[in-house]
Ligand binder design. Structure first.
Ligand code: URP
Ligand code: ZN
Ligand code: ZN
Ligand code: ZN
Length: 473
């Protein structure tokens, strides 16, 4: 088995920061120590770099059918862009259809990803309804597919939205089976009413996407989901928290002792609602749900991350071209496909805006970008840390390198960047996935299909490699 030795770097995990070398044997970390030397190891010089666990992105939508089209980045371009951005594991949402076996979409998602993914991946499973068939399938899927997180949409009426009964039964079932329930928390019925009202009044521009999905609709749904979780004695993860109204509800639920977690995304931390008001329909580039909020919410989200009431950063990658996809909504904002290209810049934006600007510590950064998601979604310590026996998913990160984010240099397949022109400090230089280079000195050197599907442990349980202890010469 090939040996690689990362020398002279500064290892950063969710708890520590220290100078040490890392010996990789095959796919895993075999040894961490100072002044390691091995004649037969390939040396990777990490002088001047942080050596961090690869990012874990808990929230992506690759090649997802949505809004009459399909999100542009698939498991090939999406995972390559993710790797450039320091992410080595992602969890994509397997979208199910009511009245159909859950196994069909799972097969579809395997087919979409298998020969394309360049990094490891897993699936969350959308639950749109609960019936006898679903109840029979869930324990089997959990065991055989290792899918231990279920997603319920409280919005997108007549598309993905589930009712409160479905949410409550999903929470109860998840408690029984050991799964984590995720919610898209917005009140879909109220939004549907407001959207129709706006359109009837002739208000069709992109800004009305934000104005018809007010923060109260997110706060209300978050509080409802949290209370139902408390009632069921279950566990909940609120995806893409965009505003104070929702973050404060998560904080309250946690203070009551409910097992409730919250994720936010880079876009809510650095962009605001004014983007949707850009002329020439350009606001459509910033249409996703929940919408961008008034700027003052950003400070609230940063402090929620710092004080622990929000714990993770997902990208909510769901990219559409401006030309031909976003433009489907010209003349009717409700027809703009919802989502944006975010997978590549999650790591850099959080580091630059968070660590460099003193809003979070570097250990908090690693926790939010990698470790916490690995733990919550049953992949730790195989993923999410640098430790003996863990997968050698490692990022060599240059903390002083400066870069301007642009569509001209990004690796996603879409025709615009939501962060165009933004200056960031810090960039992944070299990325290893299970001991193999995917990005080497900022060049893609990975292999399509090298990414493996991960069967995850139940909520609260650990996922360990059965790595043989190595025999070193
Ligand atoms: O607008 C978004 N976020 N699109 C992706 C689907 C979802 O709601 O997460
Ligand atoms: Zn959502
Ligand atoms: Zn979602
Ligand atoms: Zn999403």
């Amino acid at each position: 088995m090939g040996l690689k030795l990362i020398k002279n770097g500064t290892i950063v995990t969710a708890s520590d920061m220290y100078k040490a070398d890392i010996l990789i044997e095959g796919e895993q970390v075999a040894l961490i120590g100072t002044n390691l030397t091995y004649d037969n190891a390939e040396i990777i010089d990490a002088e001047g770099y942080y050596v961090m666990p690869g990012g874990v992105d808990p929230h992506t939508h690759l090649e997802m059918p949505f809004g009459g089209t399909v999100s542009k980045d698939d498991f090939e371009t999406g995972t390559i862009a993710a790797a450039f951005g320091g992410t080595t594991t992602l969890i994509d949402f397997c979208i199910t259809r009511k009245g159909e076996s859950l196994q069909n979409p799972i097969r579809e998602w395997h087919a979409k990803s298998k020969d394309k993914a360049v990094i490891d991946y897993s699936f969350h499973l959308m639950i749109g309804e609960i019936n006898d068939e679903v109840m029979k399938e869930l324990p089997v899927i959990l065991k055989e597919e290792g899918i231990t997180s279920f997603k319920v949409f409280m919005a997108y009426k007549d598309v993905f939205q589930a009712d409160d009964g479905t949410l409550f039964q999903t929470l109860q079932t998840a408690k029984e089976l050991g799964a984590l329930v995720m919610v898209h928390a917005e009140n879909g019925d109220v939004i549907d009413y407001l959207v129709n009202e706006a359109l009837s009044a002739g208000n069709t521009a992109p800004i009305y996407h934000a104005l018809t999905r007010p923060p109260e609709a997110e706060g209300e749904a978050t509080a409802r989901a949290a209370e139902l979780t408390g009632l069921a004695g279950s566990q909940l993860y609120v995806v893409h928290v965009s505003c104070e109204e929702s973050a404060s509800k998560i904080k309250e639920a946690r203070e009551k002792g409910y097992d409730v977690w919250g994720e936010t995304c880079p876009q809510y931390l650095v962009l605001d609602q004014d983007k949707l008001d850009l002329p020439d329909f350009e606001g459509a580039k910033y249409v996703w749900s929940p919408p961008l909020r008034e700027k003052w919410n950003q400070d609230k989200l940063w402090s929620a991350l710092k004080n622990g009431s929000l714990q993770t950063i997902g990208s909510d990658q769901c990219s559409f071209d401006f030309d031909g996809q976003k433009t489907l909504g010209e003349g009717d904002f409700s027809k703009i496909p919802n989502g944006g290209p975010m997978i590549e810049d999650r790591f850099s934006i959080l580091f630059s805006e968070g660590v460099k600007k003193g809003r979070i510590s570097i250990n908090q950064f690693v926790d939010m970008i990698s470790t916490r998601s690995a733990k919550l979604f049953g992949m730790y310590p195989k993923k999410g840390t640098i430790a003996v026996g863990s997968d050698a998913d490692i990022v060599l990160f240059d903390p002083v390198k400066e870069r301007t984010i642009s569509v001209d240099t990004h690796h996603m397949a879409v025709d615009y960047s939501a962060f165009e022109g933004m200056q960031v400090t810090g960039e992944p230089v070299t990325v290893l996935s299970r001991g193999e280079f995917v990005i080497k000195d900022q060049q893609f050197v990975g292999t399509l299909g090298a990414g493996q599907y991960i069967k995850r442990a139940r909520y609260g349980e650990r996922l360990v490699n059965q790595a043989d202890r190595i025999a070193l010469k």
